[in-house]
Design a protein around this ligand. Structure first.
Ligand code: IPE
Ligand code: IPE
Ligand code: MG
Length: 246
């Protein structure tokens, strides 16, 4: 059975959950779970293009995660910085193009700086789009879009009648990306936790009990294979889809 998608490259979004529980269940500090989680990020990023994935959006830190204990937050920021510093050359050599969604200005200056550098260095790359969701919250993203649209209306650059789905989508952080085709959440929880609420309207959802530090390339392959067995109907009937009617 092939695991390659038949159409356009996939956009896969992942809620990388379960690092803390993975560590705690082994009697280890939570940060060790996050460290092992970074190893999986490296592995999944490497495996993605071979599975026909063109874009990968990783939920690495939510707007609500700022409410965690300060030591955990700082530990996560440190891991992020080291990951980018260590992997930059490799990612660049592999044509990976890095982008970020979320409130970057809330991140510590040195982390924001490494991110800006990574985005700049890789901006002309043509391989996998690696989109990191950092200090990201979907409700804030939508509020921000509404505010920007309102401002444009007040400044008479936009008339309210012209506001449609495309206009709203063009004001979201994800304006350069297609909507995800597949959402994976590891760690067993079956919720979205404020992730891409607008963009996931017709995304296929895949929940696995495996904790993120154990989500190896073969698990990603399974998820893509599962996706390839599904029929996406977008409101139409199954017969319409099979008949190839648009
Ligand atoms: C996901 O793992 C990583 C982040 C949210 C940063 P968690 O840290 O949420 O792990 P659990 O859910 O507590 O096991
Ligand atoms: C979602 O996981 C955020 C990330 C994976 C970055 P959480 O662990 O923060 O989600 P909840 O709190 O269980 O909903
Ligand atoms: Mg969690």
């Amino acid at each position: 059975m092939t695991v390659f998608p038949t159409q356009a490259p996939l956009h896969v979004a992942i809620i990388m959950d379960g690092n803390g529980r993975w560590a705690t269940s082994r009697g280890l500090p939570r940060l060790v779970g996050h460290k092992n989680g970074v190893d999986r990020v490296r592995e999944i990023v490497r495996a993605a293009p071979g599975l026909g994935i063109g874009a990968l959006t990783l939920y690495a830190f939510s707007s609500e995660n700022w409410n965690r204990p300060k030591t955990e937050v700082m530990g996560l920021m440190g891991l992020l910085k080291t990951f980018l510093e260590k992997e930059m050359d490799d990612l660049h050599a592999n044509q990976v193009r890095i982008s970020v969604i979320g409130e970057i200005k809330k991140l510590p200056t040195e982390v924001a700086e490494v991110l800006r550098r990574s985005i700049n260095t890789t901006r002309d790359n043509t391989g996998l789009k690696l989109n990191l969701a950092l200090s990201y919250g979907s409700r804030d993203e939508i509020v921000r879009a509404a505010r920007d649209i309102a401002r444009e209306c007040c400044e008479k650059k936009l008339s309210p009648e012209k506001i449609n789905r495309d206009v709203l989508a063009a004001h979201l952080y994800t304006r350069e990306l297609s909507d995800p085709d597949l959402l994976i959440r590891t760690g067993g929880e079956q919720r979205l936790s404020n992730f891409l609420l607008w963009q996931l309207s017709y995304t296929e959802l895949y929940f696995v009990p495996i904790y993120w530090p154990e989500f190896k390339a073969k698990e990603l392959k399974k998820a893509v294979a599962d996706f390839n067995r599904r029929q996406r109907r977008f409101g139409r009937t199954g017969e319409q889809i099979k008949g190839g009617r648009s």
